[in-house]
Design a protein around this ligand. Structure first.
Ligand code: HEC
Length: 161
């Protein structure tokens, strides 16, 4: 007879399989909410007037593609068009995944990286402003026209501000 733990594990494996199926098999694995941002990042937010700023977005595009600084080229793993080219790189086009990332979490991950993965931290190469420009640009792949509302703890329409 299966123990309670075994049943729980089986249920988890089955749910994981379903979620992989839903993401279209981009090789990213199941959608798991990211951990909360640590204290030193939890209160950092996109300057509110940046959400609709086409100039900052354009600067983010140049950074992402390596046009601003050849040492920084997010597109070399995440794909210039947002379709990952390195196995396991997060697919920013997937709104179901990306809506789970607050602006603070997004910024934290760009700053510090994800331990034990190819995603390294960029804080030594990029100013805070540049990291925010990258959040702005990356959010456009899956959440265009949206901004993070820290009051509502979710992404909302920019127009509905
Ligand atoms: C060498 C390949 C590589 C490069 C270059 C790279 N990334 Fe990543 N990135 C990854 C991988 C792999 C992951 C998935 C890590 C994981 O398993 O959670 C990732 C994940 C992320 C995540 C999500 C983190 C999370 O919590 O899931 C963000 C945001 C991100 N990258 C932003 C960037 C930005 C911005 C740049 C450019 C400054 C960049 N990446 C450059 C490989 C890369």
């Amino acid at each position: 007879m299966a123990t309670r733990m075994e049943l729980v594990r089986m249920a988890l494996v089955m749910t994981g399989g379903l979620l992989v199926g839903c993401t279209g098999g981009e090789g990213e694995g199941p959608i798991v909410p990211p951990p909360p941002a640590p204290a030193e990042y939890a209160d950092k937010h996109m300057p509110s007037e940046w959400w609709g700023d086409a100039q900052k977005l354009e600067e983010g595009r140049k950074l992402y593609l390596g046009e601003a600084n050849p040492d920084v080229k997010c597109g070399s793993c995440h794909g210039n068009d947002g379709k990952p080219v390195k196995a396991g790189a997060t697919d920013f086009r997937n709104p179901e995944r990306m809506k789970l990332y607050s602006d603070s979490v997004w910024f934290w991950r760009i700053s510090e990286g994800v331990p034990n993965t190819k995603m390294k931290g960029w804080k030594s190469k990029l100013s805070e402003e540049d990291r925010w420009k990258l959040v702005l640009y990356e959010r456009n792949f899956g959440l265009p026209g949206k901004m993070w509302s820290d009051e509502q703890k979710q992404w909302v329409d920019q127009s509905a501000k």
